[in-house]
Design a protein around this ligand. Structure first.
Ligand code: URA
Length: 227
């Protein structure tokens, strides 16, 4: 087997990262090297059933990082984040807010698809707390390499990674927070949560909130503080 390794550094020797609980050891390398090394990660069991790792994508110079939860079935097959139905909705919201997907770094808190087989269908399953914690090293590595000025968590799993377990998306959605290391961040709706809302009026309202939050991010990116 072709194993790609990267060196790791102790988080203690690094400038602070915008994570509630940074891992103790963080892999170091270019984004391409990190992506190849993550493909060989065995830190949790999800690699066994997933087709492939779904690493983040975007320029290392991106000022904005968007963090989703975990890849879905389409992402698992294509090996890229947000290329299924949630990705289409996200792209629509980004465009409405004047943000260019290609200019930002887009990734997930967990890099492998987790599912339960039901006949021919693979039903999405939420990664456990232990799986999320095991994968934190790769998110930390991406944050270390990209060093974004602004970080957006899409959904509760990403918000937990950024702001910790006391954070409540329903109460604190769209509020800027200072993060360790000088970045600031906010959390907003995950597009998949919108797709799951059975009530059309509620879904429509939540989409409006997602776009409004992303507009504030676009304004902050352009330098007016995003208030
Ligand atoms: N949902 C996510 O959180 N990430 C993806 O890449 C796709 C769906």
């Amino acid at each position: 087997m072709d194993v790609h390794s990267v060196s790791s550094v102790s988080a203690k020797s690094l400038p602070a990262l915008p994570l509630a609980k940074p891992p103790q050891i963080i892999p170091e390398g270019s984004l391409a090297e990190l992506g190849r090394a993550a493909a060989d990660c065995r830190a949790c069991p999800l690699w066994r059933t997933a087709t492939q790792v779904v690493f983040g994508e975007g320029p290392a110079s991106a000022e904005l990082m968007l963090i989703g939860e975990q890849p879905g079935s389409v992402e698992d097959l294509k090996g890229r984040p947000f290329v299924g139905p949630a990705g289409r909705l996200l792209e629509q919201a980004l465009a409405a807010a004047g943000l260019d997907r290609g200019a930002l770094y887009l990734t997930n808190a967990v890099k492998h698809f987790k599912y339960e087989p039901r006949g021919k269908v693979r039903l999405h399953k939420r990664a456990s707390a232990a799986e999320q914690a095991a994968c934190r090293r790769w998110l930390a590595a991406e944050l270390l390499r990209v060093r974004p000025r602004l970080v957006v968590g899409l959904g509760a799993m990403a918000a937990l990674a950024l702001f910790g377990s006391a954070f409540r998306l329903t109460r604190e959605r769209g509020e800027w927070r200072a993060l360790a290391g000088g970045a600031r961040g906010l959390a907003t709706w995950h597009p998949s949560a919108l797709l799951r809302m059975p009530d059309q009026a509620r879904r429509h309202a939540a989409y409006g909130e997602l776009v409004a939050d992303l507009r504030r991010v676009a304004a902050a990116l352009a330098g007016d503080g995003g208030k």
